[in-house]
Ligand binder design. Structure first.
Ligand code: AMP
Length: 258
C-alpha cells in the first residue's frame, strides 16, 4: 500500500505524488488533514484553503482507493502530551522561523503511519526540509515504511505549486516568481563552476533584491542530511529558500550535485 499524506487544497504537485504511488503500489491511500499542531498561533490555520469536495473528485479521478480525512478530535485525544521530535534538525531553516512546526509534522506523520500502516509513503521535494526530517524519523524509530521523494511540480512561470499560492494577488503572484528566479541564478553560477557558497548565495541575493515585493526569510546552502550550512559545494547540497510575498510565506529549493 502506498500512502500520500496531504493537507488538501490539492493541485498538480499533490497529484504527481498520487501518480507516483499508483505506479509503484497495488493500493493507494491518501489523507487530507489540516494538522493544527504544525501551525503557529499567528499562522494561517483558520484561513488555510479547504476544498474538500473538489479534492475528493480529483483523488477519485486519479484512482485513489482510500481516503482518510479525520477530524482534529479523532487525531488528537484530549490532553495528548506525546510528541515526536527530530532533535537538532527540527529547529533549522523553516523550523527556526516556525517554532514547533516540524514537531507537529513529525508527530502527525507518525500517527498517520501507525493508523494506515503503509508500505511506502510519498512526499514532495518541494518541502525538502520536511522530507529530510521524515527520512530521519523513519530511520531513527525503525518505522517499517519506505519513503519516496518526488520532484517539485511548477507552474509555467516557474513558481512551485503550493496550496498557499491561492492567497496571492495577481501582482504578488508575479513577485513570487523571484523565488525560482533566485534559485535558477544559483544553479547557473554552479553550472559555470562556482563552488563557494558565499559567492553562490550573493549571486542569488542580487536577483532576489531586485524584487521589492518579496521579503527574505532565509536563503542557505546546507548539507542535505545535517542541514548545517556548507561553506563550499563539494558533494550534494541543498539550496533552501523561504520568503514572504505580502503576508504569504513561500518556500522553494534546489539540489546541487558537485
Ligand atoms: P501539503 O498538502 O502542502 O502538506 O503537501 C502534501 C505533500 O505534497 C507534501 O509531501 C508536499 O511536499 C507535496 N507537495 C506540495 N507541493 C508540491 C509540489 N509543487 N511539487 C511536488 N510535491 C508537492
Amino acid at each position: 500500500m502506498g500512502f500520500v499524506p496531504t493537507m488538501g487544497a490539492l493541485h498538480e504537485g499533490h497529484l504527481s505524488l498520487v501518480r507516483a504511488a499508483k505506479s509503484k503500489c497495488d493500493i493507494v491511500a491518501a489523507s487530507i488533514f489540516v494538522n493544527p499542531t504544525q501551525f503557529g498561533p499567528k499562522e494561517d490555520f483558520a484561513k488555510y484553503p479547504r476544498t474538500f469536495e473538489r479534492d475528493c473528485e480529483l483523488l477519485k479521478n486519479e484512482g485513489v482507493d482510500f481516503l482518510f480525512a479525520p477530524s482534529a478530535e479523532e487525531m488528537y485525544p484530549k490532553e495528548a502530551v506525546t510528541w515526536v521530535t527530530v532533535e537538532g534538525l527540527s529547529d533549522k531553516l523553516c523550523g527556526r522561523s516556525r517554532p514547533g512546526h516540524f514537531r507537529g509534522v513529525t508527530t502527525v506523520v507518525s500517527k498517520l503511519f501507525h493508523i494506515l500502516e503503509p508500505d511506502v509513503a510519498f512526499f514532495g521535494q518541494k518541502d525538502a526540509v520536511q522530507l529530510v526530517l521524515i527520512r530521519r524519523m523513519v530511520r531513527d524509530l525503525n518505522m517499517p515504511v519506505e519513503i519516496v521523494g518526488c520532484p517539485i511540480v511548477r507552474d509555467a512561470d516557474g513558481l512551485a505549486m503550493s496550496s498557499r499560492n491561492a492567497y496571492l494577488s495577481a501582482e504578488e503572484r508575479k513577485s513570487a516568481t523571484v523565488l525560482n528566479r533566485t534559485l535558477k541564478e544559483i544553479r547557473q553560477r554552479f553550472d559555470q563552476g562556482e563552488r563557494s557558497s558565499a559567492r553562490l548565495l550573493s549571486a542569488g541575493m542580487e536577483i532576489f533584491q531586485q524584487e521589492t515585493g518579496a521579503r527574505l526569510d532565509y536563503l542557505e546552502i546546507v548539507d542535505p542530511e545535517t542541514l548545517d550550512p556548507l561553506s563550499a559545494v563539494q558533494g550534494n547540497a541543498l539550496v533552501a529558500l523561504a520568503a514572504y510575498v505580502g503576508t504569504t510565506r513561500l518556500i522553494d529549493n534546489l539540489t546541487l550535485m558537485a
